[in-house]
Design a protein around this ligand. Structure first.
Ligand code: NAD
Length: 495
């Protein structure tokens, strides 16, 4: 307990106290990092900023702990508990890093210059400018895909950013208040209380579980008049939900959802959406297809990722990227194919791995090692050149011998440093919350040994794993306090 307390106290102290930093050094190579998500932030955490003039660009000045975002939609977790100001992260580096809150709208890979736009509501005299770079790391993530399905963009809520979670939280209560309005018709009440989630990946499943919890644990008690008509439905085009998990965990999730009274509509592909109705094509057991209509009050769209406009624009400028659809194709060292000195990581890079936080984190750590190594290599090369010059200048045989020994040692160190391996991903497993205090886990140990587990103990593991992964001691404490608050007082049912 004492060690725990000591660790906590140190964490709090460290969070509060910025270090004395060296100023940025414009004579060094400028390394621009785009984004403040999992990939970019794990790179920034590990990189030695003294070796470069580091500039970070992101339209959001914080890191968001996305695994707990579904919990924000129902107020189980308050949004500020999972946000970490980027400045808190950057103020702990030994050499200072420049940050601009802006969106990078264009990358010119030939002239090596970026176009930046200030997207904040308050506009200064300069809203757009350019920034040259020597090295560039693109970690801008992805946007929600709608597959161009009509009506989705206009009518659905998404679940990627804090603002999305806040919008969903307001919409849930809006639907409930309108459904219980005086003299509301039965049909309209049923529609407004039908909460539909499209996409049976982890995002859709976790959100559906959280929403059903909100209903069972709080809404049912405080708004009893909705008890019979409030329903959560999960719509998935494939024959089952969570295709990345094992068969056993898929069946467990589907059974738990049945017990929780969440309707799962598999083999149901949404084709069109309007303000009040979802139109979907159902594949029946005999293989024939049927169109169905689903009236809804809230629609949450979670069907995966698409490339952002800045990434698509860059891809169109590089012939080697012509065939890529999902994002920037990279080589084994994460260099964007067809470019020099431009790397991509996380959801904006098209690799053989799923676009997860785990992959992005490991890619960020890898790139930090790569940049630290590049700097070390350059320093050693410069040292060797300098020693060789001294060797030529001196006439003394003893000095020549000593210098030769030193050069040999440096050359050996240089050979060791240059041996950087290509990026390799180590999958540690997948976790997902499925509602009613249950979670599923597909864990990988050692040489690819697998362990699957599900239920309430797994939920405790899920909680402890996520708390330990939270960015700062402050985040960890806030998340634990949010869970305690909900245990003691329930969730807030105000709008
Ligand atoms: P996803 O790509 O994993 O799942 C989207 C689902 O939507 C697919 O199963 C697809 O069949 C379905 N779909 C697509 N179009 C449809 C339509 N028109 N009608 C009905 N269904 C349709 O998306 P996600 O859940 O947003 O996840 C994105 C990535 O993030 C994945 O790699 C995922 O593994 C990762 N992620 C992981 C976790 C976790 O591990 N807990 C949580 C969230 C996200």
């Amino acid at each position: 307990a004492l060690i725990g307390l000591g660790y906590l106290a140190y964490g709090i102290y460290e969070d509060r106290h910025p270090v004395d930093q060296k100023p940025p050094d414009p004579s060094k190579k400028t390394l621009v990092v785009l984004g403040s998500g999992w990939g970019s932030v794990s790179l920034l955490k590990k990189i030695d900023t003294e070796n470069y003039n580091v500039v970070v660009i992101s339209p959001r000045n914080f890191f968001l702990f996305t695994p707990l975002l579904p919990s924000c939609t129902t107020g189980t977790i308050e949004h500020r508990s999972i946000m970490e100001p980027l400045r808190n992260i950057l103020r702990h580096k030994t050499a200072s890093v420049t940050f601009y809150e802006a969106e990078c709208t264009k990358v010119d890979p030939v002239n090596r210059v970026l176009t930046l736009r200030d997207n904040s509501e308050i506009k200064g005299d300069i809203a757009e400018t350019s920034l040259p770079f020597d090295y560039l790391v693109i970690g801008v993530g992805a946007q929600n895909t709608t597959f161009g399905i009509p009506g989705v963009q206009e009518n659905a809520c998404f679940l990627k950013e804090i603002a999305d979670a806040q919008k969903i939280r307001t919409r849930i209560m809006d639907c409930i208040e309108t459904a219980t309005f005086k003299d509301q018709t039965d049909e309209e009440r049923k529609r407004l209380l039908h909460m539909v989630v499209v996409g049976g990946g982890p995002t859709g499943v976790e959100f559906a579980g959280e929403l059903q919890d909100f209903f069972e644990e709080d809404l049912r008690k405080w708004v009893p008049e909705i008890a019979d008509d409030f329903h959560v439905s999960l719509v998935e085009a494939l024959p089952n939900v969570l295709p990345m998990f094992s068969k056993q965990l898929i069946s467990y999730t589907e059974k738990t959802f049945k017990d929780e009274k969440i309707n799962i509509h598999t083999k149901t592909m949404v084709k069109k959406v309007d303000e009040k109705t979802i139109f979907a094509e159902v594949t029946k057991p005999d293989g024939t297809k049927d169109m169905i209509e689903m009236p809804y009050g809230l629609l949450v769209w979670a069907t995966g990722n698409a490339a952002r406009p800045v990434v698509r624009d860059l891809m169109s400028k590089i012939p080697a990227q012509a065939k890529s659809r999902r994002g920037l194709e990279v080589n084994d060292y994460l260099v964007v194919n067809g470019t020099e000195g431009i790397w991509a990581l996380g959801d904006c890079a098209a690799t053989k791995y799923a676009p997860t936080a785990q992959v992005a984190t490991q890619q960020g750590q890898y790139l930090a090692r790569l940049f630290n190594t590049m700097a070390k290599t350059q320093a050693l090369e410069e040292d060797i050149a300098h020693l060789e010059e001294l060797g030529h200048a001196t006439a003394s045989p003893d000095d020549k011998k000593a210098l030769a020994t030193e050069i040999e040692a440096k050359a050996k160190a240089l050979r060791r440093t240059k041996r950087l391996m290509p990026f390799q991903y180590t999958h540690q497993g997948s976790l997902a919350y499925i509602g009613s205090d249950k979670a599923i886990a597909d864990l990988t140990f050692g040489d690819g040994n697998n362990l699957t587990s599900s239920g309430q103990m797994t939920y405790l593991f899920w909680r402890s794993a996520y708390v330990s992964m939270c960015f700062s001691t402050r985040n960890k404490l806030l998340v634990i306090m949010d869970w305690l608050k909900v245990k003691m007082f329930g969730r807030d049912v105000s709008r």
